[in-house]
Design a protein around this ligand. Structure first.
Ligand SMILES: Cc1cc2nc3c(=O)[nH]c(=O)nc-3n(C[C@H](O)[C@H](O)[C@H](O)COP(=O)(O)OP(=O)(O)OC[C@H]3O[C@@H](n4cnc5c(N)ncnc54)[C@H](O)[C@@H]3O)c2cc1C
Length: 348
């Protein structure tokens, strides 16, 4: 017999967006259950772990406790001919195992409950979700359901009949030749529809690539090319470990609310379609959704979210559509598709 539970708010996904929503709701006395397929929130890390200062609101400072690995000053963009462009990019490299756990633990401290190693399978009806944990099936009745289940959101698929267009990423941790105070973004013809990164964490760096899934290249092969490339330009040593990967939503924000179900974080397409940055957006959108659930006004959540992030993400998505097909002419299109150039901001 399936086990049955009831809650005010059921949150699918206990990552940044889900835990941020759970924290805000539970501390306001709402009965919340977080469901996540992972055994431990934040593990494995599927992220380059850079948080830009200007996008993170002050009120979330407590989430950073013990998670900052080093501060960042600039972004160095390396063009295909190795010319370097410096731009101000203050922020932090964090350890996401700690950062994600901080938010999740805050939610638990104020009363949220969590079902880990549990998968959302779909809806039984408009107010009941079906979950599976090992051999058990659960039916959970909810007033509201939050889809915070990341870029390949199953909640989005089931409730909105839609899937995100995706970038696929691969990453390793490599020893740096010399310590770096800046994050490095690298554009190459062989990293199609995306870029490579070298983001420093003391003597090591997260070294990765993100490519548009449309091009169908193997991300692991592209990463190996990139690592060789970064060794040859003297940024890293050959010593690399800890392979990881992941996905990014590329199509921005569409519909966020369907009756009593709403999406936030990557599930909602809050991640920026060109930079791939989504940490601040996930934390902020989860918190914002929680506040509108408290007011029982999901329509205003969609309105505010689109006002703050929707227009920016839509512009970035349109640029992808317009320019990515000319990727073999990367030198020409780069000023129109990367945020450090004036042309990016002048033209759609
Ligand atoms: C390789 C890579 C590098 C990145 N680097 C950066 C960076 O440097 N800076 C930055 O700002 N952003 C970066 N991002 C983006 C950032 O990681 C995401 O935007 C952010 O993690 C989104 O948070 P989220 O809570 O929405 O989703 P997630 O962090 O993906 O959390 C979703 C949670 O839902 C759970 N889940 C999924 N499906 C189900 C299911 N059916 N049932 C139960 N649980 C489920 C998952 O286990 C997971 O815990 C990067 C992304 C990738 C892939």
């Amino acid at each position: 017999m399936p086990k049955r539970f009831k809650t005010n708010v059921l949150i699918i996904g206990g990552g940044l967006a889900g835990s941020s929503a759970a924290h805000e709701l539970a501390r306001n006395g709402v009965d919340v259950i977080i469901v996540d397929s992972r055994k431990t929130i934040g593990i494995p890390v599927q992220c380059a772990e850079f948080i830009p200062k200007q996008l993170m609101q002050k009120k979330f400072e407590e989430y950073f406790k013990d998670s900052i690995v080093q501060e960042i000053n600039n972004m160095i963009t390396i063009e295909p001919d190795n010319k370097r462009v410096y731009s101000d990019s203050k922020g932090f490299m964090v350890d996401r195992t700690i950062f994600d756990a901080n938010i999740f633990n805050k939610a638990i401290e104020v009363g949220a409950k969590a079902f880990l190693k549990t998968i959302f399978l779909g809806f039984y009806d408009k107010k009941t979700a079906i979950l599976k944990a090992k051999d058990d099936v659960y039916y959970i009745e909810f007033d509201y359901l939050v889809g915070a289940d990341g870029p390949r959101s199953f909640v989005m698929e089931k409730a909105f009949s839609k899937k995100h267009e995706l970038a696929v990423c691969a990453q390793k941790k490599c020893r740096l030749k010399e310590p770096l105070k800046d994050i490095v973004i690298v554009f190459r013809e062989y990293i199609k529809g995306g870029y490579g990164w070298v983001f420093p964490k003391k003597e090591y760096a997260n070294v990765g690539i993100g490519i548009d899934a449309y091009f169908n290249d193997n991300p692991k092969d592209v990463l190996e090319l990139f690592i060789k490339d970064m060794i040859s330009i003297g940024l890293i040593e050959g010593e690399c470990k800890d392979s990881s990967g992941g996905f990014l939503p590329l199509d921005g924000i569409d519909k966020l609310v369907s009756s009593n179900i709403a999406l936030c974080g990557d599930a909602g397409g809050f991640c920026h379609p060109i930079t791939g940055g989504g940490i601040p957006q996930a934390v902020v959108s989860g918190n914002m959704l929680a506040r509108y659930i408290l007011e029982e006004d999901l329509a205003s959540f969609e309105e505010e979210a689109k006002e703050i992030y929707g227009i920016t993400n839509e512009k970035a998505y349109k640029k992808r559509k317009k320019y990515m097909k000319d990727w073999n002419n990367i030198k020409y299109i780069l000023p129109y598709i990367w945020v450090v150039y004036e042309d990016y901001w002048k033209h759609i």
